[in-house]
Design a protein around this ligand. Sequence first.
Ligand SMILES: [Fe+2]
Length: 262
Amino acid sequence: MATIVQITDLHVHRDADGTLLGVPTWDTLDEALQMMEQHVPGWDWLVLTGDLAQDEELDTYEALAARLGDRLERTLMIPGNHDDPALMRQVFEGAFDEGGARFAQVVDGWLLLGLDSHVDGKVSGHVDEDQAAWAQAQLDARPGLPTVLFVHHPPVAIGAAWLDAMGLERPEPVHELVQRNADRVRAVVCGHVHQDTRNELHGVPVFTSPSTAFQFEPGGDLPGLDLIPPGFRVLELGDELSTRVIRAEQLRFGPVYTGGGY
Ligand SMILES: [Fe+2]
């Protein structure tokens, strides 16, 4: 049995007191890390699924590395739209495969695969055929291992029109990867949409997870904040996969969100 914690959409900045949409994102990250140690003390690996640094600055990644401390030895990560994959690779050398801002890690008989869906200058994401071929090669090199696929942008619609319009563009390479390996990919786990959802792709569950910062309202055509506390996801990998979301007890801010600008 391996216990994986997914922390996503941190949106921290160079300024330690910085806020985003009224949320002190370093403080809410600290709370998430404290809750992780308190509620999931035996965690094996931490997976950060993108939108780590709102400002995409070197200093911000270095501050995040300091915040993670010894936990970095058991941390994997992929970029989101609010990230600079090259800077991430520079600061977090050990977290990635040699070929890109992506990872393949075997943990207790499971394969964890992380894809880079970042596209420079865009909010939406993409995974091209070359990267899907890399992922297939990783799967082929570990035949039969049950697998969890991590990607920042969800490859399926979640039912919120404004977020679905900035999801994974031209998702066919990921869809084909999941379809071809549907007998062993046990879940696709995403960030980006700042909410807890479950959908399906070729019979495989697709989860999205709360941000450690602020939450978006489920459903709806227009942007809106959901006034529920931040959180993170826990994945237990044994004979089967089980997962749950843990949330903070309370909100840490007065909402100032007026729409747009994400
Ligand atoms: Fe985000």
